[in-house]
Write a protein that binds this ligand. Structure first.
Ligand code: SF4
Length: 390
């Protein structure tokens, strides 16, 4: 659709194992670890098949699930295999997601030596009662130690994940977690709202009326608190839930290069059960079942469950949604180049209305949601994407 767009791609590897399932989680992962050996062998075979691509990668992200349950030797092996089978730039951003209960200083040292240059630590909260409620397997002490070990092992790019919007959580309770996080000066912070996903234990608790999530109004306040607090502490709010520490001197802020690919519609390849791939204009995803995944690989087939070819309309709708997720917003020139649509002209009335309500801001080059607008991301996007365009 646009031959001028950068083709540097992201490689994602989904590790489908966790020590236990958290209350709120609907990612595909299992707690039976007996298949880790066959999975690692299958993953390497999948790399052999999927590696026959012309894409060049500048990010590798090992997520899940809980990659760290596999142990450091497995992570070393996966990284080495990925560099053999794919054309990954030597300076690539290489991230591993970890759970504080499943790591040690020695593990982090081994990760670092094997080429990992970014850690994403699933802290979620620094308060025992919150961790217990969320069904996390780690303690506050383990959360603190993991950050400390990451620095000792030499990581200068650490991301922490936090969750807010827990039942009865007030502003001071959330500010406590934010304060603890910024004291460590992490390069990156992801702050997610606890979301009800159907079929999860959280969903059942809510259905039974045993707990209640904060109202939309309270969530709006907590979101604003998050943005205000972190920007006051030198973080750049660059995506709805993501904040990057501003770098010193002239360097770029510490954004997640890998996740930025999803928001900018860059191509990515996903390996492992349930992983999605997007070699534009096609999207496909792997089986949400380790058994089916292993079976397909055994038969020498890519373990793809379904494929779809995105239409021009679908790609435009996604570009609007993804653009509005980021604080720099939609790049008007890039949008016009890709779709031959003058965004400002086509959506003039809608833009004016949202600008009047301080939900949208427009510069010569970009159209973006304000912090107030970001809380209404879904409904504002729907307003744009339900219109006719040329
Ligand atoms: S550790 Fe992560 S992937 Fe595993 S159950 Fe918890 S939230 Fe889900």
């Amino acid at each position: 659709m646009n031959p001028n767009r950068s083709q540097l791609a992201g490689l994602y590897i989904h590790i489908p194992f966790c020590a236990e399932k958290c209350l709120y989680c609907d990612f595909y992962s299992i707690t039976d670890l007996t298949n880790t050996g066959p999975f690692l062998a299958a993953l390497e075979r999948e790399m052999g098949m999927a590696g026959r691509t012309t894409l060049t990668f500048d990010t590798l992200y090992i997520g899940g699930g809980t990659p760290s349950v596999l142990g450091a030797a497995a992570i070393e092996h996966i990284i080495a295999a990925a560099f053999i089978h794919f054309d990954i730039r030597p300076e690539a951003e290489v991230t591993v997601e970890v759970n504080p209960a499943t790591v040690s200083l020695e593990d982090f040292r081994r990760y670092h030596q094997s080429g990992v240059n970014r850690l994403n630590i699933g802290i979620q909260s620094f308060q025992e009662e919150n961790l217990l409620f969320l069904g996390r397997i780690h303690s506050r002490e383990e959360a603190l130690s993991s950050i400390d070990w990451a620095r000792q092992a030499g990581f200068d790019n650490i991301g922490l994940d936090l969750i807010y919007g827990l039942p009865e959580q007030d502003e001071s309770c959330w500010l406590y977690d934010l304060d603890q996080a910024v004291q460590f000066n992490p390069e990156h912070l992801s702050c997610y709202i606890l979301t009800r996903e159907s079929g999860t234990p959280l969903d059942r608790e809510l259905m039974a009326g045993r707990i209640r999530l904060p109202t939309d109004e309270n969530l709006r306040k907590l979101f604003k608190t998050t943005v205000d607090h972190l920007t006051n502490h030198g973080y750049l709010h660059y995506e709805v839930s993501n904040f990057a520490r501003q770098a010193e001197y002239d360097s770029e802020p510490w954004v997640s290069r890998h996740n930025s690919k999803y928001w900018s519609h860059a191509p990515y390849i996903g390996l492992g059960p349930s992983a999605h791939s997007y070699p534009e204009p096609e999207r496909h995803w792997n089986h949400h079942s380790i058994e089916k995944y292993l079976q397909d690989i055994r038969h020498g087939k890519l373990p793809i469950a379904e494929k779809e070819k995105l239409t021009r309309e679908q790609i435009i709708m996604e570009a609007i949604y993804l653009g509005f997720r980021t604080t720099h917003g939609i790049d008007l020139a890039d949008f016009e180049r890709r779709f031959e649509i003058d965004f400002s002209k086509t959506f003039r009335e809608t833009i004016e209305e949202y600008k009047r309500n301080k939900l949208l801001k427009v510069t010569k080059t970009h159209c973006a949601l304000t912090t107030k607008g970001m809380v209404m991301l879904d409904s504002i996007t729907a307003e744009f994407t339900s219109q006719d365009w040329p």
